[in-house]
Design a protein around this ligand. Structure first.
Ligand code: CP
Ligand code: NVA
Length: 341
């Protein structure tokens, strides 16, 4: 998590926020978390999933703001339901009335928001907006998707892999399609847990070279393997195939991109290259008939709705670590039985 100077002013008068380094940190991308923090949050998320009632008052007296410049189903619902189930209040900021840094400077927007809220969850057109917010906000800023990263999605994906395979590091995963924000965060997540990922994209749609360099540096430390290719045969024998929309929110000039990605559709023929019983993954929303066919996404091996559910559990774990470090100590180790009940 990106660190800012600690604040001594509680968000709510009378509520004493415990000021530790975690309480003043942000999540802009998976790599803001140390490797052991990624693992610890997954184990905590699994504990929350098994016994949510144990945390039902954790956010009592706290307020969370959601400010989204792009549409959302899963992200909005999972943050709202999760925070409320743990006793907190949530306000979804209408972007017509209160756009981030448009009626006033970004700094004035953030400095006002921190007087009412304990954390900001933002979905932005540009990743630079998330970064700018972290520079002026004294409360945690959580990236709920930008053009470059979708860290909460990747954390949910790792938890889903752990549940399915015993550990997020066990399966060989293939990303097939556009080297986009979800792909970047998945690379950072799998690099953090020491897993194995093959990224298969058409030429011209590979992930950002800068992010790949950061990921390779983390792989050196964790023993993870991330390989990039344009060759669909690289999906041979993988344990899971993950895809996403060909055209992300905010992108224009869609037709040439669609044409380049068409051969990379995840269909029965591609799934047949994978190991028998390989899982199918998608962050959703899916564009059926484009990046994935109905038979694949509706197959019993599809774990797309587990991924969607797990958004809530990992986000609650993250917010607990950020806002209630007095309540949780992140587990530093985990075993397969943490994820299988
Ligand atoms: N996966 C995901 O972020 O979904 P939404 O766009 O519906 O929030
Ligand atoms: N890559 C997609 C993910 C949606 C959850 C987008 O940014 O639109």
């Amino acid at each position: 998590m990106t660190a800012t100077a600690p604040t001594t002013t509680p968000a709510h008068p009378g509520f004493s926020t415990v000021q530790t380094p975690l309480a003043t940190r942000h999540l802009t991308r998976v790599h803001d978390l140390a490797q052991h923090e990624v693992q610890g949050l997954l184990a905590l998320a699994s504990r929350i999933k098994r016994d949510p009632s144990a945390w039902s008052t954790a956010f009592q007296g706290m307020a969370l703001a959601l400010a989204f410049e792009k549409p959302s189903l899963r992200t909005r619902a999972s943050f709202e339901v999760g925070f409320q189930l743990m006793g907190g209040s949530v306000v979804f900021m209408d972007q017509r009335d209160s756009p981030i840094g448009q009626r006033e400077s970004l700094n004035d927007w953030a400095r006002s928001m921190e007087r009412w809220f304990d954390a900001l969850v933002v979905r932005t057109m540009s990743h630079t907006t998330v970064q700018a917010l972290t520079a002026c906000s004294s409360i945690p800023v959580v990236n709920a998707l930008s053009d470059l990263h979708h860290p909460c999605q990747a954390m949910a994906d790792l938890l889903t892999l752990a549940e399915r395979f015993g550990s997020p590091a066990t399966p060989h995963v293939a990303w097939v399609g556009d080297g986009n924000n979800v792909c970047h965060s998945l690379m950072e997540g799998i690099a953090s847990v020491g897993g194995r990922l093959t990224v298969i994209t058409p030429a011209g749609f590979a992930p950002s070279a800068e992010i790949v360099r950061a990921v390779q540096a983390r792989c050196m430390r964790t023993g993870a393997s991330i390989r990039l290719t344009h060759d669909l045969d690289a999906a041979k024998g993988v344990n899971a195939i993950y895809t996403d929309t060909w055209i992300s929110m905010g992108e224009t000039d869609a037709e040439p991109k669609r044409a380049a990605l068409r051969p990379y559709q995840v269909n029965a023929e591609l799934m047949a290259k994978a190991a028998p019983g390989a899982a199918f993954m998608h962050c959703l929303p899916a564009h059926r008939g484009e990046e994935v066919t109905n038979d694949v996404i509706d197959a019993p091996t599809s774990i797309v709705f587990d991924q969607a559910e797990n958004r809530m559990h990992v986000q609650c774990a993250l917010l607990l670590a950020l806002l209630r470090p007095d309540l949780v100590e992140l587990p530093t180790t985990f075993v397969a039985s943490d994820f299988t009940s």
